[in-house]
Design a protein around this ligand. Structure first.
Ligand SMILES: [Zn+2]
Length: 224
């Protein structure tokens, strides 16, 4: 008898837990527009950020850079160059820890807030989106993201370009599968990623897709 009352309560609790944990992490968006967002993590990088900026200027596309605070502090000129070129600069923590394993809210808050400040000081822009290092989330991180009203962006396609075993052709094949509303996760520093990009961009263009920043993608989802 008791179970009958308990079961609906548990079902509601399970639903709430799922919706609370699943909702804030954005992997892709529903949009009627033929748009895709390429994203690049872990910069700025002394040699590869300029390579990517030159490539995107040539291709005339805008992307999103999820930057590490301590790297921005080291290369504020490159962070400024990203913004000047019209790309989106976003928060990827200050020191790239596995935030999902951390329970110290103050330490997590410092990782995020100090990065917002470093990027603001370097570029004049306060980031409006965040990506967790290793896409690692825990309750304490969600609390801080809620406080700061920062959406956590993951992606629908990840080519694992950080992995030495993954080839340029594999990166091209994975990323070329992206479609409307997708977010593609890549990294700034691998040279093979820069080498793969002209083919990825051509393949996605051939599908009629155009390239937008993550914020533009979110706005197009909201506007649909
Ligand atoms: Zn990263």
């Amino acid at each position: 008898m008791r179970l009958r009352f308990l079961t609906p309560a548990l079902a509601i609790l399970a639903f709430l837990m799922t919706s609370v944990s699943a909702q804030p992490m954005i992997k892709s968006v529903q949009t009627g527009q033929p748009v895709v967002a390429l994203t690049f993590d872990d910069g700025p990088h002394a040699t590869q950020t300029p390579v990517l900026l030159e490539l995107f200027a040539r291709e005339n596309i805008k992307v999103t850079f999820f930057e590490i605070g301590q790297n921005v502090a080291k290369h504020p000129d490159l962070a400024r160059a990203i913004v000047t070129a019209g790309h989106e600069i976003a928060n990827h923590s200050k020191t790239h820890p596995k935030l999902g394993d951390m329970s110290d809210i103050a330490a997590i808050r410092a990782e995020l807030v100090e990065t917002q400040t470093i990027i603001k000081e370097a570029t004049g822009i306060t980031p409006v989106v965040f990506r967790a290092p290793y896409i690692s989330h825990g309750p304490a991180l969600w609390t801080v993201l809620g406080e700061l009203k920062l959406p956590s962006i993951s992606g629908s396609f990840s080519a694992s370009d950080w992995d030495a075993k993954v080839t340029e052709d594999q990166i091209i094949a994975t990323c070329s599968q992206a479609g409307a509303g997708d977010i593609v996760i890549l990294h700034t520093w691998p040279e093979k990623t820069a080498d793969a990009l002209p083919a990825i961009i051509a393949n996605l263009r051939a599908k009629g897709l155009r390239f937008v920043t993550v914020s533009e993608l979110l706005a197009l989802a909201a506007a649909k």
